[in-house]
Design a protein around this ligand. Structure first.
Ligand SMILES: Cc1c2[nH]c(c1CCC(=O)O)Cc1[nH]c(c(CCC(=O)O)c1C)Cc1[nH]c(c(CCC(=O)O)c1C)Cc1[nH]c(c(CCC(=O)O)c1C)C2
Length: 361
């Protein structure tokens, strides 16, 4: 485990300050999927190498994590990896297929299939490559910005394990929630335990902030969310914070991002996550009213606004900052970047956040 003093001194920690609710000079900004196929230098690396091999090679993961920071004055790096490394570490095969995305050749079909999964206690030994990538990247960042680690939330991971790929309806996975509630809770508990171990390992390796992606919250609605998502999100936050403290490490801010989960904001505000991410369908003023003054909000420009011209983007950012205000706020898109976006339009987004959020502006 690297010691804190092995890492470079932070030159820019405004993202961490905003997460804790401290004053910042300008609003911090980053973009979900900022390391990815919209960058030609990423596509060049990707053409040489399979997706998961890139994730499993710390020097490559580090290289592509830093690519967007070399181009834009971003206030955070997010480690290049994927949420689906957890099902892999539990023994499932996941392939990344061109034009199709992630595919599980043998998804979970019946409750009996749970017996095939490995133990949550073993995931850290299987995911050492992520920890090595984090430690290397934290050093190579040289304090330019904090390093974010991440995981999928249990429901989102369960959905992929059962569907075997992306799905418009999530009907197979939701079928489990209705047909096999007990087995669903058993699976969610396995994923939760694995995720806690994994996230604590990420902090030990040098992650300075953690984001938990509940990318498929929208499929649940308030009732299923309360039963099958919220308790596990709570357990992850509480246990990670307890175990980080027990290891003698500094508390780290945690972000929860319930994509499509506008109905979940009040429940999530009662948990210990410092930051709640919102997508573009949520009105910032309403989100603030619901979560109260003691949470940081993150979001929420429609990613597709980056297809507009730079003048439009500049103005959209100005309006976004007016709505969120400068305090307890981290600027981001409402979901990830798409591969056909123009990198210069991300530059316009990032620059506008800093321009319009300067004090006295
Ligand atoms: C945070 C992150 C993720 N994936 C990747 C990162 C890298 C870091 C970054 O954000 O820059 C690389 C990352 N992950 C992937 C890619 C493209 C693959 C390639 O290069 O071929 C990249 C750059 C592949 C991937 N991986 C996944 C999908 C979606 C599948 C679907 O539901 O249809 C896809 C297409 C699963 C996945 N992966 C992730 C999420 C949560 C965020 C979100 O909601 O988008 C999800 C749902 C998280």
């Amino acid at each position: 485990m690297p010691q804190e003093n092995e890492f470079p001194v932070m030159k820019n920690d405004r993202l961490l300050k905003a997460a804790w609710g401290q004053e910042v000079d300008v609003v911090p900004v980053w973009a979900m999927r900022q390391a990815g196929r919209y960058l030609p230098e990423f596509r060049e690396e990707r053409a040489k190498c399979d997706f998961f091999t890139m994730c499993q090679t710390p020097a490559l993961s580090c290289k592509v994590t830093l690519q967007p920071l070399d181009r834009f004055p971003l206030d955070a790096a997010i480690i290049f990896s994927d949420i689906l490394v957890i099902p892999q570490a539990l023994g499932m095969v996941v392939e990344m297929r061109a034009g199709e995305g992630p595919v599980f050749p043998a998804p979970l079909r019946e409750p009996e299939d749970l017996a095939k999964l490995g133990s949550p206690a073993d995931v850290c030994s299987k995911l050492q490559y992520v920890f090595d990538a984090l430690t290397l990247t934290r050093k190579e960042l040289k304090g330019r910005a904090p390093l974010i680690g991440f995981s999928g939330a249990p429901w989102t991971i369960m959905a992929y394990m059962i569907e075997g790929k992306g799905s418009k309806t999530m009907s197979l996975a939701k079928g489990w929630l209705y047909k096999y509630p007990e087995a669903s809770h058993k699976l969610l508990k396995i994923i939760t335990d694995a995720t806690v171990n994994y996230l604590v390992g990420q902090v030990k390796a040098g992650a300075q902030c953690l984001q938990v992606f509940e990318s498929h919250a929208e499929h649940l609605g308030p009732e299923l969310f309360r039963k099958f998502s919220l308790p596990y999100l709570e357990q992850i936050c509480n246990e990670v914070k307890e175990r980080v403290a027990k290891a003698g490490l500094k508390d780290i801010p945690m972000i929860v991002f319930p994509k499509g989960g506008h109905f979940a904001l009040k429940d999530l505000a009662a948990l210990k996550y410092e930051v709640i991410g919102i997508d573009w369908t949520v009105d910032p003023a309403l989100a603030r009213e619901i979560v109260g003054p003691n949470k940081t909000l993150q979001g929420n420009l429609d990613p597709c606004a980056l297809y507009a011209d730079k003048k439009f983007i500049d103005n959209a950012v100005k309006e976004m900052i007016e709505k969120f205000g400068r305090n307890r706020y981290i600027a981001n898109l409402g979901h990830g970047m798409y591969p056909d976006m123009d990198p210069e339009h991300l530059a316009a987004f990032v620059n506008a956040v800093h321009k319009y959020s300067k004090k006295g502006n």
